[in-house]
Write a protein that binds this ligand. Structure first.
Ligand code: TYC
Length: 120
């Protein structure tokens, strides 16, 4: 099979072409966004029952934060209702959520954790 190489370069991003009433052609360059977002944040939610020490331990163990950082994140969740524990690819974020939820339910705590796409 013969494949021809195009003689002109492909546009770097799609262009929207419009023509106004005077016949003027308008080109607009837009950044191409296809596919799902690439990074996800793991967000822990506050509740009234999970002990603070347990939350700090979970953040240290599953998100690799030191004691001081984990304590700060826990206090932010306690005060604001939610806090980001880490940012990962979609699969790793989902695994972190599973690990946290599993550890919490085994310990009998209602701690909740979710993952969500990072706002771009
Ligand atoms: N609010 C809980 C308490 O006062 C502590 C807590 C912090 C619970 C963070 C969950 O994600 C959480 N014991």
């Amino acid at each position: 099979m013969v494949t021809k190489t195009p003689k002109y370069p492909k546009p770097k991003s799609p262009q929207v072409v419009e023509e106004d009433a005077n016949g003027t052609v308008l080109l607009e360059r837009r950044t191409q966004r296809t596919g799902p977002p690439s990074m996800y944040q793991v967000v822990m939610l506050n509740d009234d029952y999970t002990p603070m020490e347990f939350v700090v331990m979970v953040i240290q163990e599953f998100f690799g934060k030191d004691l001081e950082t984990s304590t700060q994140i826990m206090l932010k969740i306690h005060l604001d209702g939610r806090g980001v524990c880490g940012v990962y690819s979609r699969d790793i974020a989902a695994t972190k959520v599973d690990q946290v939820m599993d550890a919490a339910s085994k310990a009998g705590h209602p701690l909740q954790c979710i993952s969500e796409p990072v706002e771009q």
